[in-house]
Each structure stands twice: as C-alpha cells, then as structure tokens.
Unconditional design. Structure first.
Length: 611
C-alpha cells in the first residue's frame, strides 16, 4: 500500500519521498522512527500526533544519519545465548542513536549483504565445530560461489563456544576469516567467548560502539533513548547474571525399580520472580560441586581449605573450600586450561602432553578426567593457591529443556533430568548438576535459576498446524510442555510423538500423562521404541521408517518436525531417516531430499533442541 496525497497532511514531494522510504524500512527502523516523531514534539506542545509533518524532521537526520549510522546485527544461535547477546547489543546501539537492523541469520536476505556497510555477527559453535541450525543458510552462502566481494564492509565477530570441545568457537573463527577473504575490514578484532561470556561480551560491545562512533563521527542524540524506552514492558529483575533462588516443590524419580537409569522430575516454584517462559525455552541452573570431591582435591594438593582466594575480577574473596564448591569448575579439563597450567607449573610431562604434536594424546587424557586427576598426575603444584584458581573457569550454568507449560502450572517450572554417573580411571564420576538434583536437592531447598529463551524451538503460531515430536529419553521434556500448552489453549492441530528408551516397564517417562492425552485426543498418535525389550535393538528412527508413508503425508500437509535429545547419534540418525523417507515416499533424489529439509528449516518447520 502506498501513501496517497488526498486526505493526508503531506504535499506531493513528501508523499514521493515517503513512498520511496517506508517500504524499505525494517521493523526496528519503523519503531525508532515512531519513537523519534513522538520524542520530537516539544513537551508542552498541544498538537495531535497526526498533525506532525515528516518535513519537521531535520534533513540531516533523514539523509546523513540514516546513511551513516546503519548497523546490521546477525545472530546464529542454537540455544538462545547468541540471540540474547545480539538483542542486548542492539539495545546498546539504539541507545546511542544508531539505526539497527537485527536478524537471525536464516531470516536475513542474503543478497542484502553487499548493500550494508556495518555488520556485527554473534554466532555460536554447535556440536563438533558446526554452525547452529539457523546459521546454515548464511554459512553456505558466504562460503559458496555466490558470495560477493565485500570491500565496502566493516565488521566484527563475537564467537561463542565451550573450550572443553576441540573446535572451540570454530564457526565464529570461520566467519571472521571468510569475511576478510571477501575483502571486508575488521571494525574490532574477533572475541572468542567461553561459557562465562558476560565480561568478554561487555568488553567487545563497548569496543564496537567506540569504534563505530569514532569512524562515523556522529553525535549522540537523546531522542532514540526515548524511543527505545517508550514501549518497554515490565520485566523480571532476575536474569542469567542475577539468578532467582527457586524452591524445590517436588523431586521424583521417574524410573521404575530395576531400571539402569535415574531420571528426576523436578518441580520448582517461580513465585515472586516475575520470570516468564514459553514451551521450548530452557531453565538455567547454577550448580555446586560435590563437597566430597572438593575435599579430596584440597587434600591431594595439600592446600589449606580456609585460605582465601579471589573469585572474580572485582576482587571478591572466599575461603578456598567454599570457592571450589560454589564458584569454580573442577570436573572438566580443557585444552586451554592444561596449556595454561603447563606454562605456570612447568612440569616436563605436562609440557610434553600439551605440545602441538601430541594433540591426540591430550584429547585422550582430557576425556573422562577432572582436576583431581590433574593434581594427582602432575602435582602437588609449587605455586600460590591464588595463582592456581586464577587458571580455572567459573562453574557454568546447566541448561535443561523446560517440561511444563506456565499456563497449566502458574508460578512453577518443571524439569526432566537424567542423573549422569559413570566410572573411569578407577573412580566414580558424577554429573555436577544432574547428581546434585538427584542426591542433594530436596523439597524446601533452593537453587539459583534463570530462564533461557529459545526462539528456535517453538510451537507454531497457528494451533491447527500438525506437529511431529521425536524425543527419546529426557528429550521428551519439551514435548510434555507442548502437550500441556496445547491442551490449555484447545489446539486442534494433529500431534504425533515418537519416544524411545530402554525398557517399557521401567523407563516409559510420563507414561500415564501420554496415555491420557492420547485418550483425550490432545495427542493424536504415539509410537514408542524400547531398545532393550527385544533381541534386536529398536530405536525411534526404526519406528519412523515403519510409518514412512504417513510421515510423508503429514510433511506434505505442512507439519512441523521437532527433535530433542542426543545430537551425535540420535539426531543424526533421525535426520538421515527423514531424508530416506523423503526419497522413498516423495521420489526425491538425495540432493532434493536434503534441500526439502533445508527449506523446512528456513520455514521453521524443522526445529532441533539437541545437545
């Protein structure tokens, strides 16, 4: 629709300008412009908003400001961390009067890349050095033959990762190097963030802002601050950096007697937190280390447990034992950590282990060992304990897919957590958070939590859309939230669950609930696979192949497919199975089947919450 001169307060020239400008504005730009016009009126002006003419906007704002202060932010995020940081960066820039276009990488129009001048990328690395799902189209375009020359572009990359993985921040590094190859110039050097990314992000964000302001030489106006705040809604004061102490209401073992597994169903109170979540979001829990393991570590290193150490850059100090329980990660070894230790303690065998030619031996050593192993193998260390703990990472939060709907459970959040226990090198090992939940969290105790939004794993906007849910083991958690939500809103769309575990009798998680939803019609169809109940192991992908004709029919009807659970094995097998179904039932070749799924991802009809 174009603006008409008739019945409007604009002359023909203004109408022409508006019709050229308005269709090209992004949503953030429209919001900014609306806020600008609102803020531009004198405080005591008694005129209607409809009487404000566009010609009142200074020419320098309409031409110079928009042309020189445009910044595009793209994020590639699997769990939502990257998106949250990109949104925070966007707010920081808007507050300084920049005009920001914010996109998920899969929503960005690829041909627009050669038209922009300032590009900021926030991207995580997933699995074994892979881009997150919503970054794949942009990744393939940038590394393909159609990638344009970008001599006009200045950019910066914030890379997110986990240094316990071999390909730490690999995707961010690839993007950074590729943009340089295409001729782009770095606005600010790339920053690689580990799990504790708050401070590196703030430093990078500040540097980006300073460099943009320096290069653009633009004055800061107060109008955008008004525009940003004008539509703000009340939010919880609790966040990742300020978690809420949630009380445990219930902590139940879902597995039956004789099971090889222990899966806990936790119900936590969010009363008074003002925290909100949707199905598909995750809950972050800040765990504490096992006190027995901490005591063994202190004894092996011959430390004084009451000696105080620094626990953050602000100089806060705690007794060593408390710090090791509540502040530092001690159960995971990483390559960067061992390299730092080798430089500090100069142990010949450790120095040899971290040498570049011994990468495979280092990888084998790290796998299944913890800080106690390091001290026993190469200690005790003749360095001050403060220097030792300075080499450690903070305990990162653990994210768990939420297993409840807030509509069905106001002021509560439910989780499904499998306790991790195994034995290596003569010692029993325990998952830090999962075993804390299983052994040390009782009704009435509290645990620090926050909500991690995940827009990449959401129910369709139209409740009539059919959905297919594939979630073995604890991967069933978000689908319980889906069913609770759809039951509450009276969704009419078909739903189909594929669930698998070891034994029907002991490991059918939430069995009674699923059977009730099936009986009531909230769940349309359910297929289960219990791998240890038959001579030949049967998994969810086998059940999918048995139902290939109907799955294909649902896909053609517009069904959204969701996968939750283990990425390396299950998710890869399910993906391959979907490609097989498309080839067999849709008469597609291998490339066409892959393109079909890629197109589903672009349409948000193929979503994964995998780990």
């Amino acid at each position: 629709m174009t603006l008409q001169v008739i019945n409007s307060p604009f002359n023909e020239e203004q109408v022409l300008l508006l019709n050229l400008l308005l269709p090209k504005l992004t949503e953030p730009q429209k919001i900014w412009l609306g806020g600008y016009l609102s803020a531009y009126q004198p405080v005591n002006a008694q005129i209607a908003a409809s009487d404000v003419a566009v010609s009142e906007i200074p020419v320098s704002v309409m031409k110079t400001e928009v042309a020189t202060k445009e910044v595009t932010i793209l994020y590639g995020s699997q769990t939502g961390n990257g998106q949250a940081l990109a949104e925070s960066l966007s707010k920081n820039l808007l507050a300084e009067d920049f005009h920001v276009s914010l996109f998920s990488m899969h929503e960005f129009k690829l041909n627009s890349l050669k038209k922009i001048e300032n590009l900021l990328l926030v991207v995580s690395t997933h699995g074994e050095g892979d881009p997150p799902d919503n970054a794949l189209p942009f990744y393939e375009f940038l590394f393909g033959k159609r990638a344009p020359k970008l001599d006009h572009l200045q950019y910066s990359v914030l890379a997110l990762g986990d240094s316990s993985y071999e390909f730490f921040c690999h995707t961010g590094k690839e993007f950074d190097e590729r943009l340089e190859e295409l001729g782009a110039k770095r606005l600010t050097p790339r920053v690689d963030c580990d799990l504790d990314y708050d401070e590196p992000f703030e430093e990078w964000s500040t540097q980006v802002l300073e460099n943009l302001k320096e290069r653009l030489g633009s004055a800061v106006a107060s109008s955008s601050q008004v525009a940003v705040g004008a539509g703000a809604t009340q939010q919880s004061s609790y966040s990742r950096s300020k978690p809420f102490q949630a009380e445990i209401l219930e902590n139940i073992n879902l597995n039956g007697r004789g099971s090889n597994k222990e899966t806990r169903h936790l119900e936590l109170s969010l009363e008074g937190s003002n925290l909100e979540y949707e199905p598909g979001d995750s809950l972050g829990i800040y765990p504490t280390n096992d006190e027995k393991l901490v005591d063994e570590l202190i004894a092996a290193a011959n430390w004084n447990p009451e000696e105080t150490v620094h626990v953050n850059k602000q100089g806060e100090r705690r007794a060593l034992r408390e710090a090791l329980i509540s502040h530092f990660e001690i159960t995971v070894l990483t390559k960067p950590m061992l390299q730092k230790f080798a430089n500090v303690i100069n142990h010949p065998q450790l120095v040899e282990l971290v040498a570049s030619e011994n990468d495979q031996a280092l990888k084998e050593y790290i796998n299944g060992r913890d800080l106690l192993d390091l001290v026993q193998d190469f200690g005790p260390f003749d360095i001050p304990v403060n220097d030792f703990v300075a080499l450690l990472r903070k305990i990162p939060a653990r994210l768990y897919s939420i297993a409840s709907s807030s509509k069905a459970n106001p002021d509560e959040v439910h989780l499904t957590i499998g306790a991790v226990r195994y034995e290596t090198y003569g010692r029993e090992r325990k998952g830090v958070c999962s075993v804390q939940c299983a052994e040390r969290l009782e009704s009435g105790s509290t645990v620090p939590v926050y909500i991690q939004r995940n827009d990449n794993f959401k129910l369709p906007d139209n409740p009539d859309t059919p959905i297919i849910m594939i979630g073995p083991g604890t991967g069933i958690a978000p689908f319980r939230s889906f069913m609770e939500e759809r039951e509450e809103i009276g969704a009419e769309g078909k739903s189909w669950l594929f669930f698998g575990d070891q034994h029907y009798v002991t490991d059918f998680l939430y069995q009674i609930e699923w059977q009730r939803w099936l009986k009531d019609g909230v769940l349309t169809k359910m297929d289960v696979a219990f791998s240890r109940d038959t001579d030949e192991k049967v998994y969810v992908q086998h059940r999918m192949l048995e139902q290939s004709e109907e799955i294909y029919r649902w896909l053609e009807e517009g069904a959204v497919v969701y996968i939750c659970g283990d990425e390396k094995n299950m998710a890869a097998d399910v993906h391959a199975t979907l490609e097989t179904i498309l080839q067999e039932e849709g008469a597609l070749n291998a490339k066409e089947a892959a393109d079909y799924l890629a197109d589903m991802q672009k349409q948000k009809r193929y979503q994964r919450d995998v780990y």
